[in-house]
Design a protein around this ligand. Structure first.
Ligand code: ZN
Length: 397
């Protein structure tokens, strides 16, 4: 049923019996009015006479005293409405009349001109900046242009991913100590990923159960250690200026099935210090300082001997539990300590493989999982949450 057909009937005939029905009906009639304005604007006119004719036709359709849509709505809807609906119909009708007050001929001529002005000039400034709140031109312009004075639709801003946030936090601590950030390729050669790091041919980590190979000589790096070798080579090439102090944040890959603590892609950061007269005491002092900066001034560190092919001696670093402070809780499995890093003095063979003279230089290195640090920092118990891209999770940071 068109709007013209509807205003010819009473509310009862239209089956409108409640306030919601009244609201819907008047919303429809306002939409029809806006559509007529939009049609005028879209069509435009060739000359003054045509423009005037279009404006008069539209005005008459809506506001003619006899058989104009607004008059008919008054006659058939308001005057013939039931007693209980009358207040609702009266309110809606008044709104419609105010809305329809813009349907004056001179206003409608402007609406037709709007199109022509825009069509013949690409200059947006030609649209009058000021428009009356209750003019047809204003209403028609609303259809074409958003009102710039209204508050905009707020687009949700992204935020820094928690892993990158923690990575930067760790970077800042080491940058403050004079370390530089080094990066390297994620697609690595077997040489840089294993051979140069003194990892023997039969070492289980070389197996394709652990490592994702691209071909027999190329793989996705399983740790950021290859960056250490590349950095040593670069440093030697430059004539070994000063010492080499770097950290190597980045993505690593292993053939792991995803679960709460494993992900085939994860983030690591290693540190490397090479200089003359570097000792294990420098390593302990640096990691102690780092742990206190990251977990709080009261944090203590503890070193336990272990084995890595690329360091000698090698150690596991534990920090006093950042939840209970060392008294024992669920997080530290009642031990008071949490193991977080591997470290050690760089194996002389690894220095040699990087072109560094082990007779002259010594160095230490450490490696930590940024994802694990992030889980510790925010009390997250499932590593998968980082990589699922669930906004409900990410927007908490
Ligand atoms: Zn604890």
């Amino acid at each position: 049923m068109t709007i013209d057909e509807k205003v010819a009937k009473t509310l009862a005939e239209l089956g409108v019996t409640d306030a919601a029905g009244v609201a819907a009906l008047f919303a429809e009639i306002r939409a029809a009015m806006k559509e007529d304005l939009e049609n005028l604007r879209r069509r435009g006119a060739a000359n003054d006479a045509a423009r005037l004719k279009m404006a008069q036709e539209t005005r008459d359709r809506w506001l003619a005293r006899k058989n104009g849509i607004v008059s008919l709505a008054d006659e058939n809807w308001l005057k013939k409405s039931s007693q209980e609906l009358k207040p609702d119909v009266g309110r809606a009708f008044n709104e419609l009349r105010q809305f329809g007050a813009c349907m004056k001929v001179e206003e409608l001529v402007k609406v037709v001109q709007l199109f022509e002005a825009r069509d013949h000039s690409s200059d947006a400034d030609s649209v009058p900046p000021q428009r009356a709140a209750n003019s047809a031109a204003g209403a028609a312009e609303d259809l074409a242009f958003p009102d710039l004075t209204l508050p905009g639709l707020r687009r949700a801003l992204g935020s820094i991913h928690p892993i990158i946030r923690v990575q930067r936090e760790i970077e800042d601590i080491f940058l403050g100590l004079g370390f530089k950030i080094e990066t390297g390729p994620e697609i690595e050669s077997v040489h840089y990923n294993f051979d140069a790091l003194n990892i023997p041919d039969n070492h289980p980590s070389r197996d394709n159960f652990d490592t994702i190979y691209i071909d027999s000589n190329t793989l996705l790096r399983t740790h950021t250690s290859p960056v250490q070798i590349r950095a040593m080579e670069k440093w030697v090439k430059q004539g070994s200026p000063g010492g080499l102090y770097i950290i190597t944040p980045g993505k690593c890959y292993r053939n792991d099935n995803p679960d709460a603590t494993h992900s085939p892609m994860f983030h690591q950061m290693e540190g490397l210090a090479i200089d003359t007269d570097i000792t294990f005491a420098d390593l302990k002092g640096t990691l102690d300082f780092f742990a206190r900066k990251f977990f709080g001034e009261k944090t203590r560190t503890s070193f336990h001997p272990t084995f890595f092919p690329f360091t000698e001696p090698s150690g596991e670093v534990a920090v006093s539990c950042y939840v209970c402070g060392g008294s024992g809780c669920r997080t530290c499995k009642e031990s008071g300590w949490i193991e977080l890093m591997g470290c050690g003095m760089v194996h002389p063979q690894v220095l040699k493989n990087g072109g560094v003279d082990p007779e002259r230089y010594s160095g230490w290195a450490f490696g930590l999982g940024i994802d694990r640090f992030t889980m510790a920092r925010y009390g997250i118990n499932d590593i998968q949450l980082f990589f699922q891209g669930d906004v409900r999770f990410l927007e908490q940071f």
